[in-house]
Design a binder for this molecule. Sequence first.
Ligand code: DOR
Ligand code: ZN
Length: 423
Amino acid sequence: MLFIRDGYLIDPASGTQGRRDIIIEDGRIRRIGTDLRVPEGAKILDASGLTVCPGLIDTHAHFRDPGFTYKEDLTTGAAAALRGGYTSVILMANTNPPVDCPKVLEDILSRGKDLPLHLYSCANVTRGMAGRELCDLEALAKAGAAGFTDDGLPVMDAGLLEEALIRAGKLGLPVSLHEEDKSYISENGINAGSTAARNLGLTGSPREAEISMIARDVGIAARTGSPLCIQHISTKEGVELVRRARRDHPNIHAEATPHHFSLTEDALLTAGTLAKVNPPIRTEEDRQAILKGLEDGTIDIIATDHAPHADFEKQKPFPEAPSGMIGLETALSLSLLHLVKRGHLSTMQMLACLTCHPADFYHLPGGRVREGAPADLTLFDPGEQWQVEPPFASRSSNSPFIGQMLPGVVYYTIVGGRIVYRK
Ligand code: DOR
Ligand code: ZN
């Protein structure tokens, strides 16, 4: 039994906020209250000064396992998640082999059972992520897919996507989409027309690559009514398309990443390939639109797009270096700084995008602190500063935030009533 004493509980699902004691027994939250009596034999965890919230849930992480385990594997990815305060992670499916058949999915999920967090995985929409033929979505659902995505690549065939949405909708599972039409893009990972692109002599990735895809796909999702997520939104026009679509079609959701709401394209001038990411980080106007989207609920999920790559890969010349950055260990801190401290969201609103919104969209058991619920909790000091620097818990260290002082230190991550990470 664990007695969490006098933490500052914030539970967005119930709107609860205030100092509380929490009693945990057999992996579940048994009681929440003030000045509770310590049950005999309970271990006491003094949480005074710490914020207590539902364990964070990431809907978008790449653990590279199988296939690219020199970048990350399930164990190191889980360690990065726990250090960042995450108790549940949904993996993307662009592994090698990709997650396009039950065998690959079952292997990941069965190895995930031994990890100290809740590991879920999406499966692919199309076979081999080739965009030509749908996977057996029904078999993948039966094997435990959390949803379907070809993340990393768009689904270019509109007819195929419509069929995927209809079938996924019948299964009650979301489809999440990486929205970049490659035919617009000469070099990915950098905003077209930016100072950085000009400095590097690159044309880059124009905003139309994203806007055209989002315009098409909110239309398809509106017709089918199936749950759809626009992943890592990067343009102000994209945000506006989702805003209008969501008015009549609440099945449409969108994710923002900490890097898209924290950085602008100028980050590439200082961080170089570490800030190369798909879709690219764009202008201050786009960043402001993403913040507005989070404020008014157009964007309801904060997702990391944790995308580890090795040093030798990120050291390649810009056009050859892979896109992506790690994110699990900095997401909470970047959210506290750029969303809460800068006055865009309350801590409660920010945590909703990291806990109950993702849980509801993917039908996960976590995301709430209430009596009877699984005891997945994150305890952090929102005011304490730390400096981002290697070594990370992740196997990779491709972060453009290295050197930055950020607020928010995770002290304890608790999964199923067990303290699985402590500072
Ligand atoms: O920058 C990115 N990297 N964007 C993605 O969508 C995929 C990811 C990766 O897998 O490296
Ligand atoms: Zn993506």
